[in-house]
Ligand binder design. Structure first.
Ligand code: SF4
Length: 312
């Protein structure tokens, strides 16, 4: 009996799988770099001479952000520098050596700021209550000081497309306002420009990228605080929608850049009190009894979305 055939088949099968995997990773890499480059261009996030402070927490998002920015820096037509910053908040069990080892290996300029905010938060917040709001306030103040000391002009954060859409929905559901998470905005102390170059990136792509690049992930539950439950539930909800109706998250993100103020209800932003009939047809005018709009391509839909959702 010839036993060679199954062995050869298995080897061929493995080679085929490896080839397919390499093809998929190559596609993922191109997509991530293209989307980050596009967001940087669309919002004018980085200018010649900028010093970009990349906040690295040890999670998949910030590792991916640093990784992609370092790659883009090599091919960018402008010159900008990058400094990676991690804040060691002295949470119990925080593996303090992981990030310095990783960042030294990359050869990137970096700074580890050690501040025991964990003890401060524990001291002021009663057991069982969420610590995140005080913790983030403290972290923000420290990061601004570090940015100032390092001479950074931009602060880059690893929030992605799904974070932005979830924030908008949470603001609607629980805050009665339409407000998202800006891709680029001046910091609340007026001193820096905060940028989110992953604004167009799908979180599941970052999960795959982190696994492929084998980033030394530091678990984010060390502080023992529960992640905001409403945020967790809203994220689950958009993932479920996306499963049922692929493209829905992208549509929501595009909608955030495609607002018809006259069809909203904000009296500060649109002069409802003073509008008058003009006598001229206006495609943006009221269509009276037509409640449903056509699902047509929005004016500024990203090219990738146009192709994927068949709007061409
Ligand atoms: S999860 Fe923990 S580290 Fe993160 S903001 Fe909340 S308290 Fe701070």
């Amino acid at each position: 009996m010839n036993t060679d055939v199954p062995v050869i088949d298995a080897a061929a099968d493995e080679a085929k799988k490896a080839k397919k995997h390499a093809f998929e990773i190559n596609k993922l890499s191109k997509r991530l770099h293209r989307q980050v480059g596009q967001a940087i261009t669309d919002f004018g996030m980085i200018a010649d001479g900028d010093k970009v402070m990349v906040c690295v927490s040890g999670g998949k998002d910030s590792y991916s952000l640093l990784d992609i920015l370092l790659n883009l820096q090599k091919r960018a037509p402008i010159r900008f520098s990058i400094v990676a910053v991690n804040l060691d908040q002295k949470q119990p069990g925080f593996p303090a050596e992981v990030l310095p080892n990783y960042l030294s290996g990359l050869g990137v300029d970096f700074h580890i700021e050690t501040q025991d905010t964990y003890s401060i938060v524990k001291k002021h917040i009663p057991e069982g209550q969420t610590m995140c709001s005080l913790c983030s306030r403290l972290r923000r103040g420290i990061l601004y000081r570090v940015a100032r000391e390092l001479g950074a002009t931009k602060i880059a954060l690893g929030h992605h497309r799904d974070d932005i859409v979830v924030t908008m929905l949470m603001n609607m559901f629980f805050g009665s306002r339409i407000k998202g998470m800006p891709p680029k905005l001046v910091s609340d102390n007026g001193e820096f420009v905060v940028i989110r170059p992953l604004a167009y990136v799908d979180e599941t792509d970052l999960e795959r990228w982190a696994a492929h690049r084998q980033f030394p992930i530091i678990p984010c539950s060390l502080c023992g605080s529960q992640e905001n439950l409403q945020r967790v539930q809203t994220k689950k909800m958009i993932r479920e929608w996306e499963r049922q109706y692929p493209g829905r998250i992208d549509n929501m993100l595009t909608a955030m850049g495609n607002i018809t103020l006259s069809h909203m209800m904000d009296r500060q932003l649109f002069p409802f009190q003073t509008i008058q009939a003009t006598g001229r047809p206006d495609p943006q005018g009221d269509k009276a009894f037509d409640e449903d709009e056509d699902c047509v391509k929005p004016v500024n839909a990203p090219a990738e979305q146009v192709v994927r959702l068949g709007w061409e």
